[in-house]
Design a protein around this ligand. Structure first.
Ligand SMILES: [Zn+2]
Length: 701
């Protein structure tokens, strides 16, 4: 066999250089001739093939040889995709396909595996446990290891939060496991990354990294990754989640910067999801109207009010105007409410078009009204739990709705509904609310049958949910140019991780913590339960805290709204916060003063001239949120353009020297003096005579 391998290798070297060379770009070199137990290697890091249980037997997806499959594909985001295939040494009826996506700007490799078979095979769960290793590699020469988790739900901010945890050698010695999804390792001079694209809240792991005393690390399935008895045959293949790896020079912090650039530019095919538009959403005013003015949530959701709001939003510089809940007749059908919008949003869309603004709409993707067509025609797509379909519930003052199963034929029906609506009313931004990770164990959907246990079906639903969501978002984006899907993760129990970021973005914070989170006794029947609901600076402390994501994942992917309310003292704090990447505004637009609107217009106008520089910049943060000073530098290392914002809650003079060289042109708030040092950095002195924020734009006058 060994001789045959060498022979085949030589044969392909002559016939098809791709086989011999694997994949070679300016950034990476992927090779296949890497010895026993190795499927492929990237420079010095070797990856073992996936291993799984087939018909009760442990199978390694080691291949006898690999051939290129088709020609390289140039993807829309500028990356290139390569496919290879080869038969398994242990079972020639099974074929492994490897898909690599590489780019010329970063050394991050995105890859996944597919198994096909020309004879029926079944994936098995020996002893009822998942038996699936996605990859195995060694961290032997990299003493510093960190887990980067993205889905810790912090009660202090009522938000998902990034957390980095050092993994000391004791966790290798004692065979510890970590959920990730990112594992970073280094020795100070070079660094290495492993990541997988899935999503769930810590500590509810579906995949995890399993450590060994010899410093091997395996990425293994924990639950729900496949079903007991899942078939691989002519009509069914098994496909892994997407995984990522990168080997770089430099520290783990430099690795984070490289990975951040990959997420911004090369992870998703739909690059519109990464554009730092300024978003407005009607929800906050709907909530204020309910709790301050004693009106129904949907009272303000009508053409007259929306046209007035669009005028103000345009004057402020907002790009995307999002109608939150209430624009529709009923869930499921997703047709425009003719009572609220007599011409079906036509006038609204015309006004938005005349201002060059985009239309966004709210959706409850897993809800469909009792009388909706999808429920009448496909009642079998409703979610069920232990054989019972839950009673329908009212959705935001509209018709009672059932919960629908996204891991069923409903997913494509929902995608088609969004595409139809995009064609009819011109919506390109889709806010998806209230999608819980768990909720269906029905045996007639696509997540297990009668021969699987209810627990298995529930786990399979939860595992596949985010993949189906991505499928819907990708289908919509393919049909609707510029479409963006935003997944609301403002509550616990959502599928937060890397998977959805390959198709869309997150809506991170609603209002942050509730009174209950802070143990403040209130009568929930009479009071809004939102604690950080009032104008001023306090809400911005909550909303800025999860900006720590920006080190690894661009903050542009975590939409969060800030208030537009007067006085300008707080408007400056809001603008200074939102331009750091969360990019959202909501509140009572019709009650902002003219000078307040003019302030937003001038500040956002300057922002838009450097927003791409800000978006590509690594964050440089000094100080603690809500302490004085709290400084955020977002200056592009390549252009010197971008912004520095300084917050202070105490009066006084604060000084800062930028880490990066800055472009000579700049604009700064009142009370700020700027000079340049010999190295081209900016020396900043900011004088605060009251709490607030100072904004500095570089590259703009
Ligand atoms: Zn289901």
């Amino acid at each position: 066999m060994r001789k045959l391998l060498i022979f085949l290798g030589l044969a392909f070297l002559a016939a098809t250089p791709l086989q011999a060379a694997g994949v070679r770009t300016r950034q990476v070199s992927i090779g296949f001739s890497c010895g026993r137990g190795c499927l492929w290697q990237d420079g010095i890091h070797r990856f073992a093939p996936p291993a799984l249980s087939i018909d009760g037997t442990p199978i390694s997806a080691n291949v006898t040889h690999l051939d290129p499959l088709g020609t390289p594909i140039h993807l829309k985001n500028g990356a290139t995709e390569y496919w290879f295939t080869g038969p398994l040494a242990q079972d020639v009826h099974l074929k492994l396909q490897i898909q690599f996506q590489v780019n010329d700007e970063t050394p991050v490799i995105r890859f996944r595996y597919t198994l096909k078979s020309d004879q029926a095979r079944r994936m098995t769960t020996p002893g009822g446990a998942q038996s699936l290793t996605y990859l195995q590699t060694s961290l032997r020469d990299l003493p510093d290891v960190k887990e980067v988790s993205l889905s810790n739900f912090a009660q202090l901010t009522h938000s998902y939060t990034l957390a980095e945890q050092a993994i000391d050698n004791r966790y290798f010695e004692d065979r510890g496991s970590f959920m990730g999804p990112i594992l970073a390792a280094g020795d100070g001079r070079r660094s290495f990354l492993l990541a997988y694209e899935h999503g769930s809240q810590v500590p509810d792991a579906f995949l995890q990294y399993q450590l060994s005393p010899n410093r091997d690390v395996r990425l293994v399935a924990v639950k729900g990754n496949y079903l007991s008895g899942q078939t691989i045959d002519d009509g069914h293949s098994w496909q892994s989640v997407w995984m990522e790896t990168a080997a770089t020079e430099g520290s783990i912090d430099e690795l984070a910067s490289t990975y951040r650039r990959f997420v911004l530019k090369y992870m998703a095919q739909n690059t519109a999801t990464r554009i730092p538009y300024i978003f407005y959403n009607t929800w906050n005013f709907q909530e204020r109207n309910k709790w301050w003015n004693g009106k129904p949530y949907l009272e303000s959701m009508n053409e007259e009010r929306m046209l007035k709001e669009i005028d103000v939003a345009h004057r402020m510089g907002i790009d995307v105007f999002v109608l939150d809940t209430g624009w529709y007749e009923k869930t499921g059908d997703w047709t425009v409410s003719r009572q609220r919008f007599p011409d079906g949003l036509k006038t609204v869309k015309q006004k938005l078009d005349s201002y060059g603004m985009k239309l966004g709409l709210w959706f409850g993707p897993t809800t469909a009204a009792v009388s909706s067509r999808v429920v009448r025609e496909h009642p079998e797509w409703r979610r069920s739990w232990n054989g019972e379909v839950a009673q329908p519930q009212e959705v935001w003052e509209t018709e009672k709705s059932y919960k629908m199963c996204m891991v069923s034929g409903y997913a494509d029906a929902f995608a088609d509904e969004l595409i139809r609506l995009a064609r009819e009313v011109g919506v390109t931004y889709f806010k998806w609310d209230a999608i819980a990770q768990y909720g269906c164990n029905d045996p007639h959907h696509n997540h297990g049958g009668e021969n699987n246990t209810p627990q298995e079906r529930s786990d399979s639903y939860a595992f596949q949910l985010v993949q189906y969501m991505s499928h819907v978002a990708d289908k919509v984006a393919a049909a609707v140019p510029g479409a963006i899907v935003d997944f609301d993760v403002t509550e616990a129990g959502r599928s937060v991780g890397l998977a959805f970021l390959s198709s869309g973005k997150y809506f991170l914070i609603n209002n942050g913590p509730y009174y209950q989170n802070y143990d403040i006794p209130i009568d929930l029947k009479r009071t809004n339960s939102n604690l950080f609901f009032y104008q001023g600076q306090a809400r911005t402390w909550i909303a800025r805290t999860p900006l720590t994501f920006d080190k690894w994942i661009p903050s542009t992917l975590f939409l969060t709204h800030y208030f537009p309310d007067d006085p300008q003292q707080w408007q400056e704090v809001d603008v200074a916060s939102l331009i750091l990447g969360q990019d959202g505004i909501w509140g009572d637009l019709l009650n902002i003063s003219d000078s307040g609107v003019a302030f937003f217009a001038s500040a956002l106008g300057r922002f838009k001239r450097v927003r791409d520089d800000i978006t590509e910049s690594d964050p440089v943060v000094t100080g603690i949120v809500s302490a004085s000073p709290e400084i955020h530098e977002k200056i592009s290392a390549s252009t010197g353009r971008g912004a520095v914002v300084i917050f202070a809650t105490e009066r006084g003079t604060y000084r800062y020297i930028t880490r990066h060289k800055v472009a000579p042109e700049h604009w700064a708030s009142e009370g700020v003096a700027v000079s340049s040092d010999p190295a081209g950095r900016a020396r900043i002195e900011a004088n605060f005579d009251r709490p607030g924020a100072k904004i500095l734009f570089f590259g703009v006058r």
